[in-house]
Design a binder for this molecule. Structure first.
Ligand code: IVH
Length: 690
């Protein structure tokens, strides 16, 4: 196969895997396999830059940041939808449609989930993606072509049977809740600010001037409507259902969860069903969009000023409500971070009673100007803690004052401290009882040592009675002391309900003691996570478990470079780990836990001992004789080295196989060592110790 054919084949494979993944939800390749195809393509294009095409998958990310977003006038305005707030309003919509059409029999509707993302328009000319824009005010939007190109779910060229000469498609860009949450977890672990919800983060990501940032965000798209279409081979679409059925054939993703309904009763049934399973669909939706299916009938019905008469949005019950802030409490977490929490007059939000909401930090309080006594809008999004969205200032009572976090820790009285460039205020007294309490709660939590029954109240009493100072003390608690531990309980008597101090008793104590004992046998990842090391969340703990195979001493002795050689471990996490390991109190705690009998199975580490190639960067060029590129790459990575596609000053070795191209000259010019395959194999052997 010649180079142009090989390039075309790699591009075709990558595009087709994108479509299998994003359009058909039926991947046929692992992430690693996909990455390998991309790297092969990158490497080959680097050697033949003259053969790079604009629609190559490598060209999704633009090189230089844009200075601003241009504007786009839509050929056909992007309308919005009228709302139906309940079943009765949906039925009223159907009544108007049938009256207008003069029909007694049921009308055929197409009903689709109303995605809560950002509406965009994609323009394809002769099957090529030429432009994409936001809805804007419906007439003009912003040119976000460069951002949209980075979304792998959007084909740069349409596939399959012949597509129209001009195809404008409208759709919603959104994030899957799970991918949004994973992104936020990574951000938290890296100390970056969190996004409030998938919608905001999708909208923000699409308007980035630097598309390298957009490319990192887990954006998706579902297409749901036509704009202008010219030169359709079949002469156009007859209905919304025909349109939705055609798109996947061209590689455009469509939400499969739509339903063709005969008459409004079927629409109402779908509306109620979808609202009931709202929390289990993997993305945020806020209603059901109902469209008259036949495009001919849509034409007859026409539009009002800004919305069509042939469609309506059946909205779900709000996940927001208003209530009053009764108090604001400064709550100290296990890391010493002080979080202002609003105590609310209980209110029902989307079917759940809410009485507390996070206010995040002082900056957020200042921005929203939330005060005790204010009436506020609160919202619940997925399983995220409820939050205060905004103050209804018109309802603010007289005499309220802006809220400021206290200057001293409410738990220990130590002065609070806020680094100049951070939003978080902290108590830096490691012995602060609120922090100790938080650390023990974290240690016992589900994702960590999972000690069932060891709740907030019991921990508080164990601390107050001085029976426990650190998590290690849990393992030496005497059964009798546990059974006698007095806990505050709500008791119902003839005289009414009262709070009473009641001993734990035999049953609870023996269960708790068994749970503590059972937690001794754990996994390395749980143990690591339970220690509460800054930025080491559940996911990262598993990454470290794999990398070190459960070898705690190796992890504690690891140097920052070795840690950073692990995929997903960046400088912040590495430094946090090294600092943690250097602290005497932490080492003492670890020793005490090991002494108490905590243990886990060791596994084969993904990388053994200290990493011999840590920090070393390799680049390959030409063809290797005794191994494939992929094998060479995994060998380097397994030993802690990194492989990049292009030679730079940072490169340590350029491994030149047969037919090496221009890279060798560049490497020599930069003073980078150019080695042959045999020397490379010697490095691997030497590093392996074999
Ligand atoms: S159709 C004239 N279909 O809802 C038809 N819109 O209020 C207009 N949306 O801006 C749009 N899912 O952001 C349509 N399946 C869907 C939708 C949908 C979400 C959003 C879209 C639009 C807004 C209209």
């Amino acid at each position: 196969m010649g180079v142009p054919e090989r390039l075309a084949e790699l591009r075709r494979q990558i595009d087709s895997h994108n479509i299998l993944y994003y359009v058909h939800d039926r991947p046929e390749i692992s992430d690693a396999g996909y990455d390998r195809l991309m790297r092969d393509l990158q490497a080959l294009e680097e050697e033949h830059p003259e053969l790079i095409t604009a629609d190559s998958p490598t060209q999704r990310v633009g090189a230089a940041p844009q200075s601003e977003l241009g504007t786009v006038t839509h050929r056909q305005p992007m309308l919005s939808l009228a709302n139906a707030m309940d079943t009765a309003e949906l039925e009223a919509f159907d009544g108007r449609v049938r009256k207008e059409l003069g029909r007694d029999d049921p009308v055929e509707y197409l009903a689709e989930p109303k995605l809560d993302g950002l509406a965009v328009e994609l323009v394809y000319e002769q099957g090529r993606f030429v432009q994409g824009s936001t809805r804007g005010d419906g007439v003009t939007g912003e040119d976000i072509s460069a951002n949209l190109r980075t979304i792998r779910a959007i084909p740069l060229t349409l596939t399959g049977s012949r597509s129209p000469d001009l195809l404008e498609v409208r759709g919603e860009v959104f994030m899957l809740r799970a991918e949004f949450e994973a992104m936020n977890r990574n951000r938290a672990e890296a100390g970056e600010p969190l996004f409030a919800n998938p919608r905001n983060s999708a909208a923000g990501s699409l308007r980035m001037l630097d598309t390298r940032i957009t490319a990192e965000r887990p954006l998706r798209i579902y297409c749901y409507g036509p704009g202008v279409i010219e030169g359709h081979p079949a002469g156009g679409f007859g209905s919304q259902s025909a349109f939705l059925e055609a798109l996947p054939g061209w590689g455009l993703p469509v939400n499969p969860d739509y339903r063709l309904c005969r008459g409004i009763a079927e629409v109402v049934a779908f509306y109620e069903e979808l609202e009931a399973r709202r929390e289990t669909v993997p993305y945020d939706i806020d209603g059901l969009v109902v469209k008259v299916n036949a495009y001919g009938l849509q034409q007859v019905l026409g539009q009002r000023s800004r919305s069509p008469r042939w469609a309506v949005a059946g909205k779900f019950k709000a996940q927001q409500a208003t209530t009053v802030v009764a108090d604001i409490e400064a709550s100290v977490g296990r890391t010493g971070a002080v979080t202002p929490v609003a105590h609310l007059e209980p209110v029902e939000v989307g079917g759940v009673t809410v009485s507390r909401a996070t206010l995040h930090n002082q900056d957020e309080i200042d921005r929203k100007d939330v005060r005790i006594g204010d009436t506020v809008l609160v919202q619940r999004a997925g399983d995220v803690i409820p939050e205060v969205v905004q103050v209804i200032t018109a309802k603010r009572p007289r005499g309220t004052k802006p809220y400021r976090l206290p200057e001293e820790c409410p738990a220990c009285g130590h002065a609070l401290y806020r680094p100049e460039d951070e939003v978080v205020t902290r108590c830096i007294n490691a012995a602060c009882p609120a922090q100790v309490q938080g650390r023990i709660e974290h240690f016992a939590s589900k994702g960590a040592l999972d000690i069932d029954g060891l709740g907030t109240k019991i921990i508080a009493r164990l601390l107050a009675t001085g029976q426990v100072h650190t998590v290690a003390d849990l393992y030496s608690l005497a059964y009798d002391d546990l059974a006698a531990l007095e806990i505050e309980r709500t008791v119902h008597t003839k005289e009414g309900t009262l709070q009473k101090q009641v001993p734990l008793g035999d049953k609870v104590a023996s269960k708790l003691q068994a749970a503590i004992a059972a937690s001794r046998r754990t996994t390395f990842a749980r143990f690591l996570y339970g220690l509460g090391i800054r930025n080491v969340g559940e996911h990262l703990a598993k990454v470290l478990e794999r990398a070190f195979g459960g070898d705690l001493q190796a992890l504690l002795a690891a140097k920052p470079e070795e840690l950073q050689a692990i995929d997903e471990v960046g400088p912040i996490v590495a430094e946090g780990l090294v600092r943690f390991a250097a602290d005497e109190a932490n080492r003492g705690l670890i020793d005490a836990l090991l002494e108490a009998g905590l243990r886990w199975d060791r596994t084969e580490p993904a990388v053994t001992g200290p990493l011999p190639l840590a920090g070393k960067r390799f680049v390959f060029t030409g063809t290797l004789e005794t191994m494939s590129r992929a094998e060479a790459q995994s060998a380097v990575e397994a030993l802690g080295g990194r492989v990049s596609s292009g030679v730079s000053k940072k490169t340590d070795y350029l491994v030149a196989g047969t037919g090496a191209g221009t890279k060798a000259a560049k490497a020599e010019a930069l003073g980078v060592a150019v080695i042959e395959e045999e020397a490379f194999r010697d490095i691997l052997k030497g590093a392996d110790g074999g």
